[in-house]
Design a protein around this ligand. Structure first.
Ligand code: FES
Ligand SMILES: [Fe+2]
Length: 420
């Protein structure tokens, strides 16, 4: 249980909030590159700040506060220039650092020229995702996790804005036991007339959490499962502070998804699904999907506005939203299933203390030699495909990706192969 003050500390993310300062020490997605394909500007609200993502005429991306420092008109309607963006109201131009580079009418009296008078942040593209860094400079390196750089991979990016605080999403990732109930028994209950049981509903025997270079590793042992199982010996990671990596795959194929929970503000979270699929041996990624990461917005609600609880991602989000816009942690009763929740909260507090002492927090990279093809731990052979990839896909957000059919095609053994 927490005091109200502790809960506020853990959950407030806006400018000036202490936890907001910790989150600003990491790169965060601001859009899929695919979202910008027909646009020059795009509104982004992140960590309580209203910003505009833009592409300048040289092809570089920038991120600037939405309101022009002159008289507050929006850069959303700005005019891209060779090296920045110009406000359409009186033509003031700003570069990627937020410095004012032109004030067309102010000849000879432009005291602000060359001065950084707008908040602006660096943007980098990696694997079809646009990331921004909102913390103190110099910016650390954008981590090059292998999923962003695999060469023979098919990628797709989904996004959904959830009306609750980001920490609820992350606490879920440190909570393995929920899967057997929220994704198992609830589903069985809803379909009990049809006699449905689901493979993912297995009961947990033990859960364990270990720190590693980039965060926390989550391990689980199901009842009756051998301790040599990779669910227990390897597990999968929470990449601190706001990303879960889930997936499966062994040998030459992989299906990995980063679930990245980007705080929009204290009570909204932009949830990204960044999926990278390496095809089974003998298959190659189709030409038209190479080097792209098509964007989608999953439909997680039914037409009457309820959560579509046939989908696993909607089950999770339903649970987080029902905890309230900011869960009242003064009224919780933590138990053994919350070992990981406690470990994650401790890590947040400890890393916050680090930055307040002037140190880099966990996982922040500044050494280019370390920042190459970073392989995160991931168990192989999870049972999620036991009913076949297509039926698994039906229950995940990625079913709404424009490349859904390509994925099924890539991962479903053809009749001949299946017969062998
Ligand atoms: S309000 Fe932007 S240039 Fe005047
Ligand atoms: Fe879940």
């Amino acid at each position: 249980m927490m005091t109200q003050e502790q809960n506020e500390l853990m959950t407030r993310v806006g400018p000036g909030a202490r936890m907001g300062a910790l989150l600003r020490r990491y790169w965060h997605p601001v859009a899929a590159l695919d979202e910008m394909k027909d646009k020059w500007t795009h509104r982004v609200r992140i960590l309580g700040e209203d910003l505009v993502l833009y592409r300048d005429r040289s092809g570089k991306f920038g991120l600037i506060e939405e309101s022009c420092p002159h008289r507050r008109a929006s850069f959303f309607h700005g005019i891209p220039t060779e090296n920045g963006i110009r406000c359409m109201y009186h033509g003031w131009e700003f570069d990627g650092s937020g410095a004012c580079t032109q004030q067309p009418f102010e000849k000879g009296r432009n005291a602000l020229l060359g001065k950084k008078i707008a908040d602006a942040y660096p943007v980098e593209e990696l694997g079809g995702m646009l990331f921004a860094y909102l913390g103190p400079l110099p910016a650390p390196l954008l981590p090059r996790y292998a999923e962003y750089t695999w060469t023979n991979a098919v990628r797709t990016i989904g996004k959904f804005v959830i009306p609750c605080n980001w920490l609820q999403c992350m606490e879920n990732s440190a909570d393995p036991v929920h899967t057997e109930w929220l994704h198992g028994h609830l589903h069985q209950f809803r379909h009990e007339k049809e006699g449905v049981s689901t493979a993912i509903a297995r009961a947990h025997d033990r859960i364990a959490f270990d720190e590693f270079e980039f965060g926390l590793i989550k391990r689980r042992l199901y009842v009756g499962q051998s301790e040599t199982s990779e669910d227990w010996t390897v597990g999968h990671p929470i990449v601190f502070p706001n990303t879960l990596l889930v997936g499966s795959g062994g040998g030459m194929w992989k299906a990995h998804t980063f679930q990245i929970r980007v705080p929009v503000d204290d009570t909204h979270t932009a949830h990204y699904w960044y999926s990278a699929y390496v095809p089974p041996e003998g298959k190659t990624a189709p030409e038209h999907l190479r080097g792209r990461a098509p964007y989608y917005e999953p439909k997680l609600r039914t037409p009457d506005g309820e959560w579509n609880l046939e989908m696993i991602d909607a089950q999770d989000i339903m649970a987080w939203v029902t905890q309230g816009p900011i869960a009242d942690r003064t009224r919780e009763n933590l138990a053994a299933s919350d070992t990981g929740v406690v470990a994650f909260r401790r890590m947040l507090t400890r890393e916050l203390e680090k930055i307040e002492r002037g140190e880099d927090p966990i996982g922040v990279l500044r050494d280019p030699a370390r920042n190459r093809n970073i392989e995160l731990p991931m168990e192989k052979g999870k049972s999620m495909y036991s009913d076949g990839f297509a039926s698994y896909l039906e229950r995940m957000a990625v079913r709404h990706s424009p490349i859904r059919d390509d994925l099924v095609d890539l991962f479903t053994p053809r009749a001949k192969e299946a017969a062998e």
